[in-house]
Write a protein that binds this ligand. Structure first.
Ligand code: GTP
Ligand code: MG
Length: 526
């Protein structure tokens, strides 16, 4: 995944290697004279006939690669399920969003001729269109969830140029601010995914959303110019390449001077299309906005404005009654996923006492209840070992049950909040029949021992106050401790309710949060 650090701009981030020339040659600035225009137009080489047949958006020019990706990679099962079941809505916490983004089209160039009291028609003075607005994204610390995001972001189109060589105004950009820890990925429109899924279910009634997303693949066009795979985005093709005023297109098409100009401008359009292709790419694995950003980065660039008729005045063309339309913007869907970044994550069956622990060790106040699935959304608490001492953060997530990896209970979707945590704290309930089996089950559900081994691990046996006198209770703890030691993990008995052994727990958690993956557990057997 591409990780974005502060101060990075799209140019550095998404685009590597030499930029294709934006124009075949530099267009003279406003107030161009016929001689200036001749130089500019002369330098535009008519396109090679073999390339003329191709679209201006040269999809088949060998610079792109078609790859197959599972449907699940370009959508979010969490998003689709949430909207189907409405099962996880609690308060304002929103951690997955699919939004439609559209950058603005460029404004058209204008056809206009200078007039004053002495001259009813003077030289062409139609200005260029303004560029369309772009869509930017920025990660900021002030936000905690994606709840404030809209479903659609549309940047303004650029304004058309005006007489007297006035260029049109640039379309207003749109800035999307998201919390730090958000991952932005390109995705398919949800309605399209639903159509595909419905089609697959019609074919095979036994298939489920999960199996379809894993097995069905779609073709994606990727750029193969760089080492990192990027999805190639395409703008809608231009409906017309010229805008005519007063005289019809047919009038122009029959004139040799226009045919010659058109050929040259084809290469100009081609060059613009190439630079769009170069910019309109998005990393296949997404952007990981894991740090606050001082500058936003560009998701979708607006279209370039069209040229006004002042640029087509030459010694041969004295009254150009045509101009260029603005280039189209881009419309794409993006998936925004918030992956909170806590140092440690609490993992346990429902009712194990995870929220009670977080409540006792930090100022966070997650809901506590004696029923299962009290916690429906992640809560992050900050733990301090004392005044002026180090602090670390702990995330409490909903309980995990047998079959969670198959989407039972709350599923595993909340695991993403602790995916990037340095350490995982397994919370077991000593009042249960077999806490050690509980631990084995949790390990299996979260992805197996291999995955758990990538983290620092601490095993916490909670509710040690229940059945304290009973020798069976001690035996259960010893079993867990034995298993944990065999994996090289530390184990601690506590009573969160009675706040017993909490200081020891905090100290061990701190060690876990501080430890790097290198000094994670030695090797072990299950
Ligand atoms: N006796 C005893 N009860 C406890 C202890 N810790 C938590 N409890 C109780 O266990 C119940 C569940 O606690 P929670 O903290 O909500 O458990 P949880 O793991 O967050 O549960 P979910 O949010 O459903 O996953 C509550 O009634 C707590 O009062 C403890 O150390 N001893
Ligand atoms: Mg809870």
């Amino acid at each position: 995944m591409l990780i974005v650090r502060p101060g990075f701009l799209k140019r550095e981030l998404l685009v590597k290697g030499p930029l294709p020339r934006l124009y075949s040659t530099k267009v003279p600035d406003n107030s161009p004279r016929a001689a200036d225009n001749e130089v500019w137009l002369e330098a535009l080489r008519p396109m090679n006939p073999s390339r003329q047949g191709r679209q201006k958006y040269n999809r088949g020019n060998g610079q792109t690669d078609l790859i197959k990706v599972p449907l699940g990679e370009v959508t979010s099962i969490n998003y689709l399920q949430r909207y189907n079941k409405h099962k996880h809505s609690q308060g304002n916490f929103v951690d997955v969003r699919i939004v439609k983004c559209r950058s603005g089209a460029g404004g058209s160039g204008t056809v206009s001729f200078f007039r004053d009291a002495g001259r009813s028609i003077g030289p062409p003075d139609g200005g260029d269109g303004g560029a369309g607005g772009s869509i930017y994204v920025q990660a900021v610390v002030a936000l905690g969830s994606l709840a404030k995001m809209k479903t659609t972001y549309i940047a303004d189109d650029g304004e058309a140029g005006a007489a007297r060589q006035l260029d049109g105004m640039k379309g207003k950009d749109v800035l999307i601010q998201v919390p730090v820890g958000t991952v932005v990925k390109w995705c398919l429109p949800p309605q399209k995914v639903r159509e595909i899924v419905e089609g697959e279910i019609d074919k095979d009634k036994d298939s489920t959303l999960r199996t379809i997303l894993a097995s069905k693949t779609i073709n994606l066009s990727t750029s193969c110019s760089s080492h990192q795979k990027k999805i190639q985005l395409y703008r809608q093709e231009m409906a017309e390449s010229w805008l005519f005023k007063d005289k019809s297109p047919e009038y122009h098409e029959n004139k040799d001077w226009f045919k010659n100009l058109h050929k040259r401008m084809e290469s100009y359009d081609h060059s613009l299309g190439q630079s769009e292709l170069f910019y309109d790419q998005f990393p296949l694995t997404g952007l990981d906005l894991e740090q606050p950003m001082s500058k936003p980065i560009c998701l979708l660039k607006g279209g370039q404005g069209g040229l006004g008729n002042m640029h087509f005045l030459t010694n041969l063309i004295r009254n150009p009654r045509f101009s260029k339309p603005g280039r189209n913007g881009l419309e794409q869907y993006f998936l925004f996923e918030l992956k909170s970044i806590a140092d440690l994550g609490l993992i346990g069956l429902p009712n194990a006492g995870k929220s009670t622990i977080l409540n006792k060790i930090s100022n966070a106040k997650p809901k506590i209840g004696h029923w299962q699935f009290t916690t429906l959304n992640p809560t992050i608490g900050t733990v301090s070992l004392g005044f002026g001492q180090d602090v670390f953060t702990v995330a409490d997530i909903p309980g995990i049950i047998e079959g969670a990896s198959l989407d039972k209970g709350m599923g595993l979707e909340f695991l993403r909040h602790i995916e990037r945590s340095k350490g995982w704290i397994f919370v077991l309930n000593l009042a249960n029949e077999s806490p050690v089996d509980e631990l084995r089950l949790l390990i299996e559900e979260v992805g197996g021992l291999e995955k758990v081994k990538t983290k620092k691990v601490l095993v916490v046996c909670n509710k040690a106050d229940i059945d304290f006198e009973n020798s069976k209770s001690l035996a259960k703890y010893i079993q867990v401790e034995h298993f944990s030691k065999s994996q090289g993990w530390d184990c601690v008995p506590i009573s969160a309710l009675r706040e017993e052994n909490i200081e020891v727990l905090k100290q061990k958690m701190f060690e876990c949060a501080r430890g790097s993956q290198d000094d994670a557990s030695p090797t072990p057997t299950i």
